[in-house]
Design a protein around this ligand. Structure first.
Ligand code: NAP
Length: 501
């Protein structure tokens, strides 16, 4: 079940949001009375309510906005009980001051905005022993993969293995986000969500429609298989949106979760994949090279490029792939008319790759694999030289890119990426009408470089097709099935347009 927190300044609005959520099929809400600008009037909020409610009056020290004194706060919670609130939230340290009365359930909450306490078990035992809870809420803040893993074990212990009372376990912040989705798998009584993506009432709390429609929280069960993306930063990853939609369209009992994994911590997550029931991972910045040491089987491309963007956990093996290189060559070949009599249109063609970072290496590798004559360049010459040596291609100085004569220019730098959308890694003077111009940047879809290419009569090839292609390949590796490219393309276009609005 999803419990939506309503946190707004007026009674009128709180009442109308409750009605809107009931109409939208939500079964349970939390009213955050500390957000009301006037002294809360339970006589307006509780009678005729369309949904069961938890009444919460959060103190500032626990992330709330309550600005009156503590005695008034406790009196308001007691009044909520007398008024027949379905449930009241009481912080564990004041629970003794609020006696049980009538049918109102007692949700005893504990917060730590800094960490996952070392003595979490002891904290929990004390709550059970001393506060007379019906339900417990533990909201703490993992700062590392280790703390996230510890919290997941705690979730399992308190709910799956039947210890104590029904318990809502929340990992606040980005690193803790997986707990917000995986509660469904580990028997949480409900997941907390916010009424609007603009109202972040607790660090990392998801928008209820995202939790319901994107993660399909209500369908997550104990046997749901877990997939995810590991990255840092993670906030703008589109992978959960597309993989969850593709799982749903295929009717698969799988969920895809974003893991914010700080640099150097990917190995720890991989080592404990089975604790999370992890079946597959997308891997992105900064982990693509680091994870290779953890693989027990790997595609030769992973070794040669030095980057892995896809992992599956299969029969005690950790298998690594690189779908970036396959996707880039596929979309470039398609734009060039596809294979003719089994031969690639890239064979023998002169190609200039701009940028010797992760994308540059993968794209250059794929082009070389198809028989193209590749020259790579980077604003750091020594970096281009090193990659050229590693892949067996040529390199040139960054300044020489302007006069380089090629059939295809492939931008693999981040120049032109949102928000710097008026930048290009190469000027119009270097683009001719018989050329193909590929841009790995996909946000925006129509980069300045691609617009220049079109103006000069060259054929533009969007990085969105590469992103789409690598995701479809990952989906096939994860599931053995084919995802609908057109559905994913539409989702991506919509999400990218929204991200810039
Ligand atoms: P990366 O490893 O960090 O490499 C970044 C590259 O951009 C480096 O070559 C860097 O040059 C260059 N660069 C950055 N700012 C520059 C500037 N002002 N002038 C010239 N060069 C500059 O990142 P990456 O993973 O390769 O990603 C690069 C781009 O490709 C990003 O926009 C990313 O979103 C995109 N990408 C797209 C896909 C897709 O599926 N379409 C997949 C992967 C990546 P230095 O080496 O000199 O720093």
């Amino acid at each position: 079940m999803i419990c939506v927190t309503i946190a707004c300044g007026s009674h009128k609005r709180m009442i109308s949001e409750m009605a809107g959520l009931a109409d939208d099929g939500i079964k349970f809400v939390e009213l955050r009375l500390d957000f009301l600008r006037k002294m809360p009037d339970l006589g307006r909020l509780l009678p005729n309510r369309p949904l069961p409610v938890i009444v919460t009056v959060r103190r500032k020290q626990d992330g709330g906005l309550w600005s009156y004194d503590e005695e008034r706060r406790l009196a308001l919670i007691r009044e909520a009980i007398v008024s027949g609130a379905n449930c009241i939230d009481i912080e564990s340290d004041v629970a003794g001051k609020i006696p049980r009365f009538g049918k109102t359930k007692r949700l005893i909450s504990y917060h730590d905005f800094e960490k996952v306490p070392e003595d979490l078990d002891a904290v929990y035992e004390k709550i059970l022993a001393q506060t007379d809870p019906d339900i417990v809420k533990i909201a703490v803040t993992p700062r590392s993969v280790g703390e996230l893993l510890r919290l997941v074990e705690f979730m399992k212990k308190v709910n799956v293995h039947g210890r104590g009372k029904p318990t809502v376990v929340i990992g606040m912040g980005e690193i803790g986000f997986p707990t917000r989705v995986l509660g469904g798998k580990y028997g949480a009584p409900w997941a907390c969500a916010t009424f609007s993506p603009q109202r972040i009432v607790s660090p990392g709390i998801p928008y209820y429609k995202t939790l319901r429609d994107e993660y399909r929280y209500e369908k997550i069960k104990s046997d749901t298989e877990v997939y995810g993306v590991i990255a840092d930063p993670i906030a703008h990853s589109l992978s959960p949106l597309i993989h969850n939609a593709a799982f749903d369209a295929a009717g698969l009992n799988k969920v895809y979760v974003p893991f914010r994994v700080p640099a150097g911590e990917a190995g720890e997550l991989i080592d404990h994949a089975s604790n999370l029931d992890l079946r597959g991972l997308s891997v992105t910045i900064p982990h693509k090279a680091d994870v290779i040491g953890k693989l027990t089987q790997l595609q030769s491309a992973v070794e040669e490029i030095g980057a892995c963007n896809t992992i599956v956990f299969r029969e005690n093996q950790i298998v690594g792939y690189n779908t970036d290189y396959m996707a880039s060559t596929h979309c470039i070949e398609t734009a060039m008319g596809g294979e003719q009599n089994g031969s690639s249109p890239l064979a023998g063609k002169q190609v200039l790759v701009l940028g010797a970072g992760g994308a540059g290496k993968a794209v250059a590798y794929g082009l070389l694999d198809k028989g193209a004559r590749v020259t790579i360049t980077d604003r750091k010459s020594e970096k281009a030289e090193k990659v050229a040596e590693q892949l067996g291609c040529s390199f040139c100085d960054w300044d020489a890119r302007k006069s380089y004569v090629a059939t295809l220019i492939a931008n693999c730098t981040s120049v032109g990426m949102f928000p710097d959308v008026d930048q290009t890694p190469i000027g119009p003077e270097s683009i001719r009408n018989n050329m193909f111009v590929f841009d790995a940047v996909y946000n925006p879809e129509q980069t300045y470089l691609l617009r220049l290419a079109r103006q000069k009569g060259a054929t533009p090839i969007s990085g969105l097709e590469m992103f789409l292609g690598q995701a479809c390949l990952q989906f096939r590796i994860f599931t053995g099935q084919t995802a609908s490219a057109s559905m994913i393309r539409n989702l991506l276009k919509e999400a990218l347009a929204l991200s810039r609005s």
